[in-house]
Design a protein. Structure first.
Length: 255
């Protein structure tokens, strides 16, 4: 029983075979999925997907790449959507200094306001962080994000950063990169995270794990992430799956 805590099954890459991909996921033991809506286009389709499938939930938020497009009414929209029974988190939100498609000062304002919104709504947050490690940690601390906690999605920082995030009530999630042969840092950190704060994900259709690296990712491939981390930690895949399932259910308050 696997919980994919971060998927984009409403992405255009799945337009032709979304139902088949979801069926294959179930065949691979995936029994819970959180799908992410991250802008004006993907939020409605993510909510609709969660309404269609009882084992799919959704997070809604504004991605830092789209921060410059967020309007005041969009905050109100997120607030209203949070009342939906299948909305379990605000995200993905954060900072992206790699693509830099929105000015960094605007990214930071939008990030802070969504943390404040999540605290108002008492929902956990899903953090996107790319090449912005220190600013992400500083903002989480300054905004007292520990009040709601959440997930460091597809964690790419240092062990020291991971410890800072754990201290702020965050779970650390790993995806496909932990399976890559040359991914020394994620492998080291995946061994160190306390078992009760560890999560797994795909970020499909992106970040495909071995042995399918270079092809479209699917939510069913989360089992390769589970297998890789279990091997690193010297435990069975079943045990790793059990603990990450319980962690995700506890965080998202789902059964």
């Amino acid at each position: 029983m696997l919980f994919d805590t971060h998927a984009h099954l409403n992405a255009e890459q799945f337009n032709e075979d979304q139902e088949e991909v979801i069926r294959r996921a179930k065949e691979n033991g995936v029994t819970r999925i959180v799908n992410i809506g991250f802008n004006r286009e993907t939020i409605p389709t993510s909510v609709a997907l969660a309404e269609k499938y009882d084992f799919i939930y959704t997070a809604v938020g504004w991605h830092p790449q789209d921060a410059k497009d967020m309007l005041e009414e969009d905050y109100d929209w997120l607030r209203e959507l949070s009342k939906h029974e299948k909305v379990v988190a605000i995200g993905e939100i954060g900072l992206d200094y790699y693509w830099d498609t929105s000015p960094r000062d605007i990214q930071q304002v939008v990030f802070r306001r969504q943390i404040q919104l999540a605290k108002e709504l008492k929902l956990p947050i899903v953090i996107h962080n790319r090449d912005a490690h220190q600013d992400v940690v500083d903002i989480l601390r300054e905004e007292n994000a520990a009040e709601v906690g959440g997930i460091m999605h597809c964690f790419s920082g240092s062990l020291e950063m991971a410890k800072q995030c754990l201290d702020m009530n965050f779970y650390i999630s790993f995806g496909g990169p932990v399976t890559f042969k040359n991914a020394k840092k994620p492998k080291e950190i995946a061994q160190e995270i306390p078992l009760d704060r560890l999560l797994i994900e795909t970020d499909c259709p992106y970040l495909t794990p071995e042995p399918y690296r270079g092809k479209r990712n699917e939510t069913g491939y989360v089992r390769y992430v589970a297998e890789a981390i279990a091997q690193l930690r010297g435990m069975s895949t079943e045990e790793l799956a059990y603990h990450t399932m319980e962690n995700a259910k506890r965080l998202f308050k789902v059964q």
